[in-house]
Write a protein that binds this ligand. Sequence first.
Ligand SMILES: Nc1ncnc2c1ncn2[C@@H]1O[C@H](COP(=O)(O)OP(=O)(O)O)[C@@H](O)[C@H]1O
Ligand SMILES: [Mg+2]
Length: 227
Amino acid sequence: MTRAFLNLDPKDMLASGKQRAVYLHPFDDSKLVKVLLTQADTEGRSKFSLFLERWLPSTRDRQIRKEYLEYLRLMLSNQGAQFRPPITHMFGFVSTQLGLGCLTERVQSSKGVLGDTLFDLIEQGRLTQEHVEMLNDTVARLYELNIRASDLTARNFVFGRRQTADGLGPKECVLVDGFGDIHAVPVRTMANWANRMGLDDSMKRLCRNKPIAWDQTQRRFSYIGRD
Ligand SMILES: Nc1ncnc2c1ncn2[C@@H]1O[C@H](COP(=O)(O)OP(=O)(O)O)[C@@H](O)[C@H]1O
Ligand SMILES: [Mg+2]
């Protein structure tokens, strides 16, 4: 069933990033609704990005537009039913009493409503070799599919399962945010080699101060544990 308007229960807010609050979908448990936070809610963002948004509200819209463009590009060039994208599916928009909601799929863990992020696992000392293998599988697909990504942070990689036509899918790592080429000069979109260089940089940054190391020649992370 599709509805153009959803009433979200504030109790169903599961997580919140710097830009969006994440709610459980009121009647479809395979989905989440991401609502854009208003400026007042966006604590912890740099003064510069708040300034930009006040004077150029289109910067935030632009980010969402780029995210969707990347999703469209990916899905149009991989139309097979078996295709499992390394990023979350995006199902369009819905109005809510809290603002515009972006419908997306839920990555769930066996215990929690949402899967753990790479950030959570590292913070809580629960990262294992198995997680690093799942991360590497996703990273390999990001390169293979030439996904444009601008914000590969540990909070944007979520481990868990997604709903498929045959029930819950395999345990995997999914990039839930931060894809799309938001750069003013979109060299990453113009050339695949430029995108691969950008991804290399992001991977190096991602492992900084974390118990994983980036091997540039293999384009893989390895688990190095804690000192
Ligand atoms: N599809 C998803 N499945 C599971 N958890 C998610 C999903 N999308 C987001 N999250 C959780 O919500 C947090 C914030 O969502 P995100 O889309 O990254 O918002 P922001 O744009 O504000 O960074 C993430 O760090 C993650 O913990
Ligand atoms: Mg995020």
